[in-house]
Design a protein around this ligand. Structure first.
Ligand code: SF4
Length: 373
């Protein structure tokens, strides 16, 4: 990390802390909940309260972990790793905030020797930040699989957002990815605790993340789990992380997952979560083996379901949002415009913010583009 962050007013061994900050922060780079790096390489941007972009200091609390996740470089390290103390971490975060470098904290961790003692220290770090330092910035706190309920309650109380990574779409896939975790008990039950606690609060949310392509799971299996995550668990977002085999991990020799699969899953997620398409309709995009092809799923659906170009002056909202290049907002703009005048030509649509790729799917005042979809 930029040493100027650590060079002022330190009450601990700077060189040692600097090494731990570098190590623990870099270890979070495969988490998808934060996505864009800022110039300062250990500070990431993410969506905060009200969806605005904020800068987060993102770090593990410890890189020791007794679990055996095949994709993880920290798997099975139960000694000689790096950790903070709650005092060090909270003091560091306060300093970064005072210097205007960050808006909040994203705190994840390995499980250490056992999840409860590690989670207790993570909660203590956040408690110090909130109660001792009056820190009002955004905090995203990972819940470790298998954590006890009383610690989950404290974590939800203190953080803006919590998450527990499901990693796999089913218990069978979890056995392959991480045989030391019990999918139902350690993960799904904990997600439901969180759901129940959040239901009694006026703020806070939970998210989750899956590893894609490390254990042969299909996109259909992933989608079926994701529907339950949004519906039964009430997560606000699911993040997808394409598997990358890292040196020194159990899965080092496995093939990396193509990156487009992650992007197609995000597009699928969008169709379900934002467009409100039904699972039955969306399931038409999978091939016979349950996988997505490398094409926007919305295009696949449109080619399958539209009989021909859609009359843009007649179509209802539900039909319009199924056209590639037209989203819920732009479909509403079309309908509002139609109340005043007919859509006469493609440029009327372009002026309404409709993307050109929508044109081949539309009949506009009797005109149809020759190059059909
Ligand atoms: S739980 Fe799994 S992914 Fe998380 S730190 Fe431990 S070994 Fe790595």
């Amino acid at each position: 990390m930029d040493r100027s962050i650590l060079a002022q007013g330190a009450s601990f061994d700077l060189e040692d802390l600097d090494h731990r900050v570098q190590t623990l922060s870099r270890s979070t780079r495969y988490d998808r909940c934060c996505h864009r790096r800022n110039d300062d390489s250990l500070i990431y941007s993410a969506s905060g309260r009200n969806g605005c972009h904020i800068r987060l200091f993102r770090t593990l609390f410890t890189n020791e972990c007794y679990h055996q996740c095949g994709y993880c470089p920290n798997a099975g390290r139960v000694s000689n790793g790096c950790s903070y103390t709650p005092e060090e971490l909270s003091d560091l975060v306060v300093r970064l905030r005072r210097e205007g470098r960050i808006d909040g904290l994203f705190l994840s961790s390995g499980a250490g020797r056992d999840e409860d003692s590690t989670m207790e220290e993570m909660v203590e770090s956040v408690r110090r930040l909130r109660e001792r330092h009056g820190f009002s910035g955004y905090i995203h706190l990972k819940i470790l699989p298998g954590t006890s309920r009383h610690l989950i309650e404290q974590a939800v109380e203190l953080a803006d957002r919590v998450s527990i990574n499901i990693e796999a779409p089913s218990g069978d896939v979890m056995q392959e990815l991480s045989p030391t975790k019990d999918y139902e008990r350690d993960i799904l039950d904990r997600q439901m605790y969180i759901r129940d606690i959040l239901a009694r609060r006026s703020r806070g949310s939970q998210t989750t993340q899956l590893v894609v392509g490390a254990a042969g799971e299909t996109d259909l299996e992933i989608f079926q789990r994701v529907i339950k995550e949004y519906g039964e668990i009430g997560v606000s977002r699911v993040y997808y992380s394409a598997f990358v085999p890292l040196k020194g991990t159990i899965f080092e020799q496995r093939m990396p997952q193509v990156r487009w699969r992650e992007s197609r899953l995000y597009q699928l997620d969008w169709l379900y979560r934002v467009y409100g398409l039904s699972p039955d309709e969306i399931e038409n995009v999978f091939d016979d083996d349950g996988f997505l092809i490398n094409q926007d799923p919305k295009v696949t659906l449109a080619r399958e379901s539209l009989d021909g170009p859609l009359d843009v002056n007649e179509a209802d909202l539900q039909s319009l949002i199924r056209v590639p290049g037209i989203g819920p907002e732009s479909a509403r703009r079309i309908i509002s415009y139609r109340r005043r005048k007919r859509i006469e030509c493609p440029s009327d649509l372009i002026r309404l913010g409709i993307r050109r790729k929508a044109i081949p799917y539309l009949k506009i005042n009797g005109w149809v583009q020759k190059r059909l979809f």
